[in-house]
Design a protein around this ligand. Structure first.
Ligand code: M6R
Length: 369
């Protein structure tokens, strides 16, 4: 059942091309129009939505943060992302034109379920992005968009994360189409690039030996920092969470722009810092800003490890180690840049002899508040 792998974690990291592919399957027709008849929600209501609030916990909330960048850009609807357990205790502003999008692999996370119930009571429409058929959150929501990652057994989430991002992109493209925010041709272009993602993930998986050997060499590291901007920011957060969960290493993710506002004080000689570098073809200034962040930490002794787009040779001279991922459009990059960080955390934890499928103190599904 582990498909020839030693652990579920390794299997699930390697399942990711299929998880993305299956989540895209059947969501558009041959003309490139998004087809989401499965949503049990009136398209007219979706057209009227004035605000989206994404509710989730842990890794699912990072998928939600990636979704915010894409949905706001594509649909021009304000999107807030909030940890479900914070949301309902702060008297949030919700009305009938608010769409609540919950993101949950299990569909049973109590914090998320309670927040969805609360929002429903306040009159919001609720849509679940979920990986588990018939689970409680989709059952209690007005609409559901299933991710098709297949069962995720390892406690730390990997393939469900990429499937959640993919599912959120599908929703974003559908909303953009409904609301007339994008031309069919633009949607087709993004879809075409999304369909190329699985083989690009496969390339990263096939070429993962160097990141694994770096991980093994870093088994004694007490702390690792992760930096990113734009969609690279939630990827950095997810990279740090994987390392905490699997390898019990102190790890923190930051928006790279925050460095000067405090975290740079942490940098001392030899401190490993992962940097998720945006595409040099994206918003021009962003890449240059991240390169200067790399230089700032490097000047203070950091060991810089970068995850960058193939061909981005600028980062080489500032990186102790660089891992390239195939190119894609800037908003789709998280589907690629996350993968080396997962492989790193898994290999490092295995090197330390830890059980990567069942990390200490954690449960796969958190069914208490
Ligand atoms: O089942 P859910 O997606 O609702 O779970 C949410 C979080 O509990 C989950 O993502 C958790 O953070 C994982 N341990 C991450 O690896």
């Amino acid at each position: 059942e582990k498909g020839g792998y030693e652990t579920f974690m390794e299997k699930e990291i390697n399942d990711q091309p299929k998880a993305v592919e299956d989540t895209l399957l059947g969501r558009s027709d041959e003309t490139g129009r998004m087809v989401l008849d499965e949503l049990r929600i009136d398209p007219e209501e979706l057209r009227q939505v004035s605000k989206i609030i994404v509710l989730a916990c842990g890794t699912a909330a990072y998928a939600g943060t990636v979704a915010k960048y894409a949905i706001e850009h594509w649909c021009r609807v304000p999107v807030e992302v909030e940890l479900a357990h914070e949301f309902r205790y702060r008297d949030p502003i919700i009305d009938t034109s608010t769409l609540i999008v919950s993101v949950s692999q299990s569909g049973e996370t109590m914090d998320t379920l309670m927040a969805v119930r609360y929002a429903k009571e306040q009159g919001a429409r609720t849509l679940a992005i979920c990986n588990t058929n018939g689970s409680t959150i989709p059952r209690e929501s007005d609409a559901v968009l299933y991710t098709h990652a297949g069962p995720e057994i390892a406690v730390a989430s990997t393939k469900a994360f990429l499937a959640q991002i993919t599912g959120a992109y599908v929703l974003g493209l559908y909303l953009a189409q409904l609301r007339g925010q994008m031309f069919t041709g633009e949607i087709q272009d993004i879809l075409a690039d999304l369909h190329k993602i699985p083989s690009k993930i496969q390339q990263i998986l096939d070429d993962s030996e160097s990141i694994k050997s770096l991980a093994r060499a870093m088994a004694a590291t007490p702390s690792v920092l992760f930096l990113g901007r734009h969609v690279g920011f939630p990827v950095a957060m997810e990279g740090a969470l994987k390392l905490k969960e699997l390898a019990y290493i102190h790890a923190e993710g930051f928006a790279a722009g925050e460095l000067k506002h405090g975290p740079i004080a942490l940098i001392e000689e030899g401190q490993p810092v992962f940097v998720v570098v945006p595409s040099p073809r994206g918003r021009d200034s962003l890449h240059a800003k991240v390169v200067s962040n790399i230089q700032e930490v490097r000047a203070r002794g950091a060991k810089t490890i970068t995850v960058a787009e193939a061909g981005d040779d600028d980062v080489r001279e500032y990186s102790e180690e660089v891992f390239f991922v195939p190119d894609t459009q800037p908003l789709l990059m998280p589907l690629l840049t996350t993968v080396p960080l997962q492989i790193f955390a898994c290999a490092l934890a295995e090197q330390k002899g830890y059980d990567v499928d069942q990390p200490r103190n954690l449960a796969k599904s958190v069914t208490v508040e």
